[in-house]
Design a protein around this ligand. Structure first.
Ligand code: ATP
Ligand code: MG
Length: 356
């Protein structure tokens, strides 16, 4: 293994970003992998230093690395800025510059935390799913506008469209993820009503021919929303478009409970020496209300680092090892404030390290 250099871009960002990424790096350091870290400025912190939330130097660093570990961006001091200078542009810019079109959000309820879910504990206990959401297409990116009808009424419109190649690559991301998990893929669409969904379904079925070991099913989005609450344990990997995925992934988050435990990965097509290039970040924001107090829960970022190991560095075993250490820490009752506990950022990092 030695001799390789696995390059991780570390963009800690604003608020609690530096605190939580600091703990994730301590965990990565303990794994005895040939990792190197390459820091870059993003968000409000970058704006204050360089006048832009995503400086060229940061983009260059990302390009030169195998993966990005991203903290969080968001800064009240930047609220007065125009939209293209806001901290949030950093994440959007990194996604588009690196062709990151697949957003993966794992959602699972860790043993002992069943009662943090919005669902009944016995239903929540079975949640261990992954939502694979398309990120670059759909109604968010189609032609949009405002016009006046013949009757003089204002009419807004947003065109929903997907071409085959866009569906194919996200379908492949879904099948690849399912192959690494329990081998079940549920494709969510609205093929009874939408033309885009009919194409989506056809292409997903075509791609399935390359994945004989993955069991494919289809579900309409309205039913999927219902099933996610009624019987979430039936899902392994869910693959869906941008709009449906936006809604379902937030719904899945609440089925799990705490914001401090949810990781995400954004993947593209670029292959690295070890896997697929990706950006990994907690789903929570910069939490300015608790920044600098040492009380942010770093587990979502630690779990994001585990996804980084899995998808970008090809280190499935190490990823599972980190996840097991997190699960053990939680089962031992070491909980952050977001879970009603009193453990601080560093203390949680230490506890996970001790259980690795
Ligand atoms: P953004 O717009 O960046 O998503 P936000 O204000 O909507 O920011 P968060 O920054 O995620 O959302 O914060 C929402 C709430 O959750 C805040 O009260 C924050 O303190 C809390 N919170 C967020 N992340 C964590 C964490 N890792 N540990 C503990 N509490 C957290
Ligand atoms: Mg938010």
């Amino acid at each position: 293994m030695k001799g390789f250099d696995m390059k991780i871009a570390v963009f800690a960002g604003d608020g609690i970003g530096p605190e939580v990424t600091g703990e994730a790096l301590r965990i990565l350091d303990a794994l005895d992998l040939p990792l190197s870290y390459h820091e870059g400025d993003v968000g409000g912190a970058a704006y204050k230093k360089h006048g832009h939330p995503l400086p060229q130097a940061t983009l260059d660093t990302a390009k030169a690395c195998d993966a990005i570990l991203f903290g969080a961006v968001g800064d009240f001091d930047c609220d007065h800025l125009s939209r293209d200078l806001r901290p949030e542009q950093a994440i959007l810019g990194l996604r588009s510059a690196n062709g990151l079109f697949a957003n993966l959000r794992p959602a699972r309820v860790f043993p002992g935390l069943e009662d943090t879910s919005a669902l009944k504990p016995e239903i929540a206990a079975a949640i261990d799913l992954l939502i694979v959401r398309e990120l670059n297409g759909d109604v968010y990116f189609g032609e949009k506008g405002m016009r006046t009808t013949a009757d003089g009424l204002r009419e807004g419109y947003d065109v929903m469209s997907y071409d085959e190649s866009e569906v194919r690559r996200i379908a492949i991301a879904g099948f690849e993820a399912a192959k690494k998990r329990r081998g079940l893929l549920c494709s969510v669409d609205k093929a009874n009503v939408l033309e885009t969904s009919q194409l989506w379904r056809d292409v997903v079925i075509e791609v399935s021919a390359d994945y004989p070991d993955v069991t494919l099913s289809h579900m309409y989005v309205d039913n999927a929303a219902m099933q996610l609450v009624k019987n979430p344990g039936q899902f392994d990997v869910v693959v869906t478009g941008n709009l449906f995925g936006d809604i379902l992934s937030d719904q899945a988050s609440m089925c799990v409970g705490s914001i401090g435990l949810l990781a995400s990965a954004s993947l593209g097509e670029r292959k690295t020496e070890f896997g697929t290039f990706g950006l990994y970040e907690p789903i929570h924001g910069s939490a300015p209300d608790i920044a600098g107090k040492g009380i942010a829960n770093p587990m979502a970022t630690i779990l994001s680092a585990a996804e980084l190991l899995r998808h970008s560095l090809g280190q499935e075993e190490q990823a599972a090892r980190v996840e097991a250490a997190v699960a053990k820490t939680l089962a031992d009752g070491i909980l952050g404030g977001d879970l009603g506990g009193s453990a601080g950022t560093r203390e949680i990092g230490d506890a996970v390290l001790a259980r690795l």
